[in-house]
Design a protein around this ligand. Structure first.
Ligand SMILES: Cc1cc2nc3c(=O)[nH]c(=O)nc-3n(C[C@H](O)[C@H](O)[C@H](O)COP(=O)(O)OP(=O)(O)OC[C@H]3O[C@@H](n4cnc5c(N)ncnc54)[C@H](O)[C@@H]3O)c2cc1C
Length: 414
């Protein structure tokens, strides 16, 4: 926004302006609103879009605990299911890990992200929460100038937005929460001192949503010379599948029949039973890349969820971290705004980064466990070495109780 546009822009305000209405922004908005904090959520997409975007499904016990604590879990207890077993299929046969009974114990709740987002939105709106759909945040300004208290010279952060009718608006705030994902305005507005640690696992997945009941009563991880294949239940009638995919190949390159044949082959259906086939409702390409922004605080701007750190979907951590960070940030902002106690805000970045790096480490380990070789490495001399390491890792997981306990603890933990 230019100076003259800025002076003509509509002006609105809230103590906390939250960018994005995904799991992070919604949980944060709900907790702030419940604490009596003046906040608003600005969401680029429509309500229908955010309520139908299918992504995560596996919620960790800690996440369910947070949702329980704040009365946000009725839907997931009513309509979700529980999962505590995963099955690995390899050239040496298959084995199961009842991770719910290993380590410190704990099962996943399986509840599609779009259902959770719908529940959170309904909860927030029913209680009078403020949200603007079709409102794209363009940039966060003056976040670094002060700490959000309006101290020196009264300068405060503000967010510029494009309203549905195209008008520019300026949202004045005391604090801004960037919960707008990896391509959002919060990341684009970071000062030069912010570091983005980026890593490419070198693997691409074709993610599929099939209108078909789950084919096994466990999460299925198939390790195959032709590449990884995965099976994850979503609802009794919808199942998520993944195929390791050649990077650059479009998602619609293969007809449905070929995709099911390939899933059968990699999941070794001939040995372990057929897959339930059905219409493919969605196809998406996911490059398994990850990153971490450090620090997560820049003056009055705080990052949470995918805006703070992107994780490859191999270990199902992203939505779980988003909810955890939202709860931590909500408590810290409430302390700062109601009691002037900024200790929580001061410690926010370090506290969340400890969880994030642990999740990144486990996700990287899972990624190496599941893939024969990184993209482009299938025929190289290193490929045999890589495959032998993977086989040894899987063997250790099959036979070592200590390894299994470690796996279970990290698999369900955040
Ligand atoms: C295929 C797949 C499977 C996954 N499975 C799992 C799983 O099983 N378990 C798990 O924990 N995680 C999983 N994840 C990760 C999880 O979906 C994400 O980590 C989670 O959505 C992050 O929540 P968020 O609120 O940070 O961001 P998002 O859900 O991305 O929400 C960000 C919101 O900000 C809005 N926005 C963006 N830019 C702007 C802007 N400029 N102005 C205003 N609004 C904006 C977007 O429209 C969006 O609504 C999976 C991801 C994928 C892709």
């Amino acid at each position: 926004m230019t100076e003259s546009q800025n002076s003509r822009a509509l002006r609105e305000s809230a103590d906390v302006v939250v960018l994005g209405a995904g799991p992070a922004g919604l949980v944060l908005g709900i907790l702030l609103h419940a604490a009596g904090i003046d906040c608003v959520l600005l969401e680029r997409a429509s309500r229908t879009h955010v309520q139908t975007r299918a992504r995560a499904g596996f919620l960790a016990p800690n996440t369910v605990g947070i949702l329980d604590r704040h009365g946000l879990s009725d839907g997931l207890h009513r309509d979700g299911s529980r999962h505590g077993t995963c099955e690995f299929r390899t050239e040496d046969g298959r084995f199961r890990l009842d991770y719910g009974a290993l380590g410190q114990g704990g099962q996943h709740h399986v509840y599609p992200q779009q259902n959770l987002v719908t529940d959170l939105l309904t909860h927030y709106l029913d209680r009078g929460g403020r949200i603007r759909f079709h409102t794209e945040a363009l940039a966060v300004h003056d976040a670094d100038a002060i700490d959000g208290t309006g101290g020196t010279g009264g300068t405060r952060p503000y967010v510029t937005t494009r309203e549905p009718d195209g008008r520019p608006t300026r949202w004045n705030a005391r604090y801004v929460a960037g919960c707008d994902g990896r391509h959002g305005a919060a990341r684009r507005s970071l000062p030069p001192g912010a570091v983005r640690h980026h890593h490419d696992h070198g693997v691409t997945w074709l993610g599929l949503l099939a209108e078909a009941p789950p084919s096994l009563d466990a999460v299925g991880y198939a390790v195959h010379d032709r590449g990884f294949a995965g099976h994850m239940a979503r609802t009794p009638g919808v199942t998520r599948y993944y195929l390791q995919w050649h990077r650059g190949t479009p998602a619609d390159a293969w007809p449905e029949q070929r995709i099911w044949d390939e899933l059968d082959l990699r999941m070794r259906a001939a040995d372990h039973g057929p897959l339930h086939r059905g219409t493919l409702l969605e196809r998406g390409i996911f490059d398994l890349t990850c990153d971490v922004i450090e620090p997560l605080r820049h003056g009055s701007l705080f990052l949470a969820g995918d805006a703070a750190s992107l994780l490859a979907p191999a270990a199902a951590k992203g939505a779980n971290l988003a909810v955890l960070e939202a709860e931590i940030l909500a408590a810290a902002l409430t302390d700062a705004l109601t009691r002037g106690d900024t200790a929580g805000l001061d410690g926010y970045s370090d506290r969340c980064l400890a969880h994030i790096w642990r999740a990144q480490e486990f996700t990287g380990w899972m990624t190496r466990l599941l893939h024969a070789a990184p993209e482009g490495d299938h025929r190289s001399a290193g490929s045999f070495f890589h495959a032998a390491l993977r086989r040894s890792r899987l063997d250790s997981l099959r036979t070592s109780r200590i390894h299994q306990d470690w796996f279970a603890e990290n698999y369900v933990g955040v």
